[in-house]
Design a protein around this ligand. Structure first.
Ligand SMILES: [Zn+2]
Length: 532
């Protein structure tokens, strides 16, 4: 009775987080240590006294002086791809081709029938940094289709049985297969690699749902509340939508359309499709491949593979057609461009349709190598460079070999890109990188890999400040999908999405950052992860 009458004087909230250090725009304020949440939104923030004298809630988090941040948002990722990658053998930790053989032999024991799929190899991490061939896998797994996807997704190693199953016959498009004595070695690139991947039997619907739910849980464990799905088919988007509405996926998703007629027919209406958890308002394009497999398109030849300059996978006139369609329907165009030639092609294509003053927020994904003369185009046309800080630290050991000592200075130039518009979104491109946003933060500010290398940081003039790095993963990531009014900061009226860490990201010692622990993840006012 006593409790009841006490509650009668107070207003009911759904959740109260108290005894916390709360990151409000640009600072951790000592005066603000409590948040009341109702109906999935931030109802009130203030001091413990102020909030707890006015509100009560059935659910409470005593943060014990831990740090509450706006929920982390991965501005470029492949959520569905990550979920489905969970059915592949994980090759990311392989340090040699024989490691790969060992891993897929183990995988075969657990999956005795059907295809062997692996994902995540990178010959740059091996002693012998050359593409492997398929001789050994043909011998060890005769007649079995084996497909091993490179870390960047732009190259595969396929067994002869997989090549046959995909219906690939010589000759393929120039630059898309590595040949020896006029026959396939098993390495395929770009659209030929896609053809092989598309031949892999699809998971059933119930398997897919299960992987999506597991992936949601794994994302919450590392503190993610919002992610991107950078390029989906209609059926994949509708599946996410239905699972979110059923409460089975508790992540907010910015889903981008693959440029297909089916997608256009269904989604390109006068306004973008939006629910509290899903936004469908962008078309994803690809201008080139990746630097690691020398598929990124450069203005001058690769320093370690002249005269190869990589390839454009979309022509300027194809870009123009998509840009017009998107412009007319108020959609964003978000184009993968890694080499300086591809970046220039996309900047020019965007500039042909955008006015200098515009708020369309068309994005260039990765923008890894930018010609000296092209940085200003981002500012002039308000084109948004979308970065992935861990790409810099994953690529730093070989980037200079590919680009040479001069050109590498204009690569992974994240701070210089930030200065163009004053803001930019940050992500991981997972499953290419780890899903953990704390690694993005660390790579942004320290420019070091997860082993703390190099000691002095990689091209530190392009490090982000801690405040900017945090914004790039929260409010600027939201802004990059036109969602900054509803999420991305801890402000009254915004979505109650929080990541609670044991670390003050603004002033903890650098070597403590990667050890940050996620204590709670809250989405829409509900605790979706709690550390044990
Ligand atoms: Zn991507």
């Amino acid at each position: 009775m006593g409790m009841e009458s006490c509650h009668d004087l107070k207003m009911k909230a759904d959740l109260i987080i108290f005894n916390a250090k709360i990151f409000i725009p640009d600072q951790v304020s000592p005066a603000i240590n409590c948040i009341a949440v109702k109906d999935g939104k931030i109802l009130r923030i203030g001091s413990d006294n102020e909030i707890r004298s006015r509100y009560w809630a059935p659910e409470n988090i005593n943060a014990s002086k831990a740090f509450v941040y706006p929920g982390f948002n991965d501005a470029h990722s492949h959520f569905t791809g990550y979920a489905l990658s969970l059915r592949y053998a994980d090759l990311t930790q392989a340090h040699s081709f024989s490691d790969i053989i060992e891993i897929i032999e183990g995988y075969r024991k657990q999956h005795p029938d059907g295809w062997i799929m692996g994902w995540g190899w990178d010959q740059n991490n091996w002693q012998v940094k050359e593409f492997p061939d398929n001789k050994l896998i043909n011998k060890l797994f005769p007649g079995v289709p084996v497909v091993l996807v490179r870390i960047d997704g732009h190259a595969v190693l396929a067994s002869d049985a997989a090549i046959e199953a995909a219906g690939i016959k010589a000759p393929v498009k120039k630059g898309e297969a590595i040949l020896r004595n006029n026959s396939f070695t098993g390495i395929f690139l770009e659209t030929s690699a896609d053809k092989i991947r598309n031949a892999i039997p699809k998971p059933t619907l119930s398997e897919t749902i299960e992987y999506l739910m597991v992936a949601t849980k794994l994302c919450h464990e590392v503190g993610l509340t919002s992610v991107t799905d950078a390029g989906l088919e209609k059926s994949e988007i509708l599946l996410l939508d239905s699972l979110q509405k059923a409460g089975k996926i508790t992540l907010r998703v910015d889903a981008w359309l693959s440029p297909t007629q089916e997608n256009y027919d269904y989604f390109l209406k006068d306004s973008v499709y939006q629910t509290p958890f899903l936004r469908v308002g962008a078309i994803k394009m690809y201008a080139d491949g990746a630097l690691g497999s020398r598929g990124a398109c450069l203005l001058s030849p690769y320093s370690d593979d002249s005269p190869n300059r990589g390839i454009l996978v979309t022509t300027a006139s194809e870009m123009d057609a998509v840009c017009k369609l998107a412009y007319d329907h108020g959609f964003q165009v978000n184009t993968h461009a890694i080499g300086d030639s591809a970046v220039r092609m996309v900047l020019h294509a965007y500039a042909r349709i955008l006015q200098p003053e515009n708020d369309r927020r068309w994005r260039i994904e990765h923008a890894q190598v930018v010609n000296e003369n092209d940085f200003g185009w981002f500012a002039k046309y308000h084109i948004i460079p979308s970065i992935q800080a861990t790409h810099a630290t994953s690529d730093m050991d070989w980037a200079e070999r590919r680009l040479g000592p001069q050109r590498v200075k204009d690569a992974y130039a994240y701070n210089r890109l930030l200065l163009q518009n004053g803001w930019l979104p940050n992500g991981t491109d997972f499953p290419i990188e780890s899903i953990a946003p704390i690694k993005t933060f660390y790579a942004s500010v320290a420019r070091k890999d997860a082993n703390g290398q190099p000691e002095e940081g990689f091209m530190m003039e392009n490090a982000l400040s801690r405040e900017d790095a945090l914004k790039s993963m929260t409010i600027w990531a939201a802004k990059a999908s036109f969602s900054e009014k509803v999420k991305g900061t801890i402000e009254e009226g915004k979505a109650a999405d929080f990541t609670i860490l044991n670390t003050n990201l603004l002033n903890a010692a650098e070597d403590k950052l990667l050890k940050s622990k996620v204590l709670y993840t809250v989405v829409d006012g509900k605790i979706v992860y709690k550390a044990k």
